[in-house]
Design a protein around this ligand. Structure first.
Ligand SMILES: [Fe+2]
Length: 316
């Protein structure tokens, strides 16, 4: 066993802190880091991060501003025909259950609200990033994307009794929960995980052990760079350990339960899926039952199909 010590600069979610991490390499692990690893270095693995369209960036900036009204958002969105069409189709999707379909972008953004408009934009931005195969996690092409939209939809469904806005934020948190995997997967490829010490360990513990950070914290850091609110970052960072969450507690529990159910349903399940540990306190937090699981298993497949076709229509 080779032991190496690295200092990992953790910029934190709200308050910058520095922590020293010990990273242990087992057996024939080929992971090599010549210099201290930092979140920036790990995020540099996201070399194929697609540029967000200008209109999308402007809309996200408008949403961050509390003084923005929906008309302004509608006007900017109308400048990008593909995004405008996507927002229109999203508002007319089954989830919002409109009696009369909306026909203009302005009507669509009013139906959706700011959080859902942000979801449409983020989903269309991350779709191509998440669509690729992730060999390190044994995920085939399309697996991470399907898993992520399924978790997003299930988290929104689980959280919706707590309010429309919270449900849409649960969607965002679920959508981005595993995005950190994109940065770790090439490093995980060469690690031998068949050794007994990893058999029953949660996969995020393994990531933490090898890299000093897990995909959840790394994903939150990426989301911070997109200026998402702290409660969403908290939920993404703690979606495997919701009891550690603070301001994003309701979101973290919704994503954790959604992730578990989607893993159980075998949607986009990789090598980490078999080592998923459910936090039992999540069941009480949302009064989760077999009926909820049944309901989710009924609605999620068509939800994935609908979202996937809408987003792919503008991605090609
Ligand atoms: Fe995860």
């Amino acid at each position: 066993m080779i032991e190496r010590h690295y200092h990992l600069i953790y910029t934190g979610l709200n308050n910058p802190v520095s922590v020293a991490k010990r990273i242990i390499y087992y057996g024939n692990a080929k992971v090599q880091m010549e210099k201290p690893a930092s979140i920036s270095q790990l995020l540099a693995n996201l070399s194929d991060l697609p540029a967000m369209p200008e209109v999308a960036q402007k809309v996200l900036a408008l949403i961050r501003n509390p003084k923005t009204n929906m008309t302004e958002i509608g006007q900017i969105l109308s400048l990008d025909q593909s995004l405008a069409l996507l927002v229109l189709r999203w508002a007319n999707s089954a989830y919002y259950g409109l009696r009369q379909p909306v026909t203009t972008v302005n009507q669509a953004v009013i139906v959706l609200g700011q959080q859902a408009v942000r979801n449409v934009i983020l989903a269309s931005t991350v779709a191509s990033m998440m669509d690729r195969p992730l060999k390190g996690y044994a995920l085939d092409k399309g697996d991470l994307w399907k898993h992520s939209i399924a978790v997003a939809g299930a988290a929104r469904e689980i959280a919706k009794d707590k309010g429309f806005q919270l449900a849409e934020e649960a969607y965002t948190s679920g959508l981005l929960a595993d995005i950190g995997k994109l940065a770790l997967e090439s490093l995980i490829r060469d690690i031998d995980l068949s050794t007994p010490e990893w058999k029953d360990k949660a996969f995020s513990d393994l990531e933490e052990q090898y890299f000093g950070i897990d995909h959840a914290i790394l994903g939150a850091e990426l989301a911070r760079r997109w200026n998402l609110p702290p409660r969403l970052l908290d939920a993404i960072a703690h979606h495997h350990e919701p009891e550690k969450s603070k301001e994003g507690r309701s979101l973290a529990y919704a994503v954790h339960l959604a992730d578990y159910v989607i893993m159980m349903l075998g949607i986009g399940i990789g090598r980490d899926g078999l080592q998923y540990h459910l936090d039992p306190s999540a069941i009480d937090f949302y009064d989760f039952s077999d009926q909820t699981i049944e309901k989710l298993s009924e609605i999620i497949p068509s939800f994935i199909e609908e979202s996937d076709s809408m987003i792919r229509a503008i991605s090609v």
